[in-house]
Write a protein that binds this ligand. Structure first.
Ligand code: KG4
Ligand code: ZN
Length: 396
């Protein structure tokens, strides 16, 4: 099957084409435009701004993705308007009635190229920033009408989970494009850590999820981003904090942290999290320090990272024990973090459990994981939909 994935839930506009065959998945086109440079100027993501950027970038990215995949075939001159009946154009226009420029861009592309041989479209319909999600959803519906391709609304968090179960076919290749979908050992515990989520999920069987714990306030990625902002570091703060923390660990492996921070809810005997207090603790700490030098930033970054990682490790190991899990899955943008990968590897080795983490390049938001999640759902018998909505707080 050829599946097109579309992702617009936050600040990455992404489209990806995969070719699947049973447990094999091959990327044949993958395009991502990150809006980070834009949002950095404002210190965070503004939904309406993200939405406008998605609308501007979707068609150019789709065209590039098709070109990359060799599905880009120009029509011969006298065929130009053939598949585009007035009725069809009218329906597409209605679907994109709030996105005039996107409609114009899409029509220009549709007039010039042949219908690509895509079997299904998977689009993120939540969770995420609702205005941003809507652009992707409407775009998917418009493509579906235009080219008669079924659409599968897809859960972003499920994408983060499933992409962790991929194994590159050739581990030594510089850039891998071919993967095998690994068999998960159930029950598994999935730890989802991103800019919008911190969740522990019991995965009892394929596509069967039970959320056993969530954050009560900020997500872990959000805490990284906010602490970074307090320290005057650019958005997104996760990689910045992580870099400083690593430097501190290397330079001063035995230093006692001069600014100790709390380990929120570490002894709460449940699987919930809270990361807003630690951010406030960082704020108070910095207010008491006369000059926030680079070395102070480094010390705080390390202590913050140590604190949050200790909490997620402890909660995950308790969940593994309670549910007798056979596998730990980590997913979401924060799983790109070096220390988190290292500490979870240690945990998995110590308790003798399988650990699945995404490739670094597939940790943060991308459309590959959405195409993959669409495929796994199709394999399980899910039916396409026409009348679905974008839903900002869609749950697993
Ligand atoms: O999954 P994702 O790309 O978007 C959401 O669905 O939210 O996650 C983005 C989050 C941001 O908060 C970013 O700071 C964080 O992931 N992040 C990291 C690292 N790379 C990205 N946090 C810690 N360490 C990293 N290396
Ligand atoms: Zn995400």
């Amino acid at each position: 099957m050829i599946i097109l994935g579309i992702e617009t839930s936050c600040d990455e506009t992404a489209v990806c084409l995969i070719e699947t065959n049973d447990k094999s998945v091959k990327i044949i086109g993958n395009q991502l435009y990150s809006q980070i440079a834009l949002h950095t100027q404002y210190g965070g993501v503004f939904p309406m701004m993200a939405k406008r950027e998605h609308a501007k970038n979707l068609v150019p990215l789709l065209q590039k993705c098709l070109e990359e995949s060799k599905f880009f075939k120009l029509k011969v001159e006298n065929q130009k308007l053939k598949v585009l009946t007035e009725e069809k154009i009218e329906m597409v226009k209605q679907i994109l009635s709030r996105e005039n420029d996107l409609f114009d861009d899409l029509m220009k592309l549709a007039e010039k190229i042949e219908k690509p041989q895509i079997d299904a479209i998977a689009v993120t319909n939540g969770p995420g920033l609702e205005p941003a999600l809507w652009v992707g959803v409407c775009f998917a519906k418009a493509l579906s009408k235009l080219w008669d391709i079924p659409v599968f609304p897809t859960n972003h968090m499920e994408g983060h989970i499933l992409v962790s179960e991929l194994k590159p076919k050739n581990e030594n290749a510089e850039k891998t494009t071919e993967y095998t979908i690994n068999q998960t050992d159930y029950p598994a515990i999935a730890l989802l850590i991103s800019g919008g989520h911190t969740q522990l999920v019991l995965v009892e069987n394929s596509l069967e999820y039970k959320i056993i714990g969530s954050t009560r306030d900020d997500a872990i990625g959000e805490a990284y981003d906010k602490v970074a902002r307090i320290l005057g570091l650019p958005y997104p703060g996760g990689p910045q904090i992580s870099k400083l923390a690593e430097k501190e660990r290397q330079e001063f492996p035995n230093k006692i942290p001069p600014f100790p921070l709390p380990r929120p809810m570490i002894h709460s005997h449940n699987f919930d999290f809270s990361f807003s207090g630690i951010k406030t603790a960082v704020l108070y700490t910095t207010q008491k320090i006369e000059k926030i030098t680079d070395s102070v930033k480094q010390e705080i970054a390390k202590e913050f990272e140590d604190a949050v990682v200790e909490v997620i490790i402890k909660k995950t190991s308790e969940a593994v024990e309670k549910y007798n899990a056979k596998e730990i899955i980590i997913g979401g943008g924060v799983s790109a973090n070096k220390k988190i990968r290292k500490d979870f590897e240690e945990l998995a080795n110590n308790i003798g459990i399988k650990l699945s983490v995404p490739e670094i390049s597939a940790s943060t938001d991308n459309a590959f994981m959405i195409a993959l999640a669409g495929y796994v759902n199709i394999l399980s018998g899910k039916k396409p939909k026409t009348d679905f909505k974008a839903s900002g707080n869609l749950s697993l």
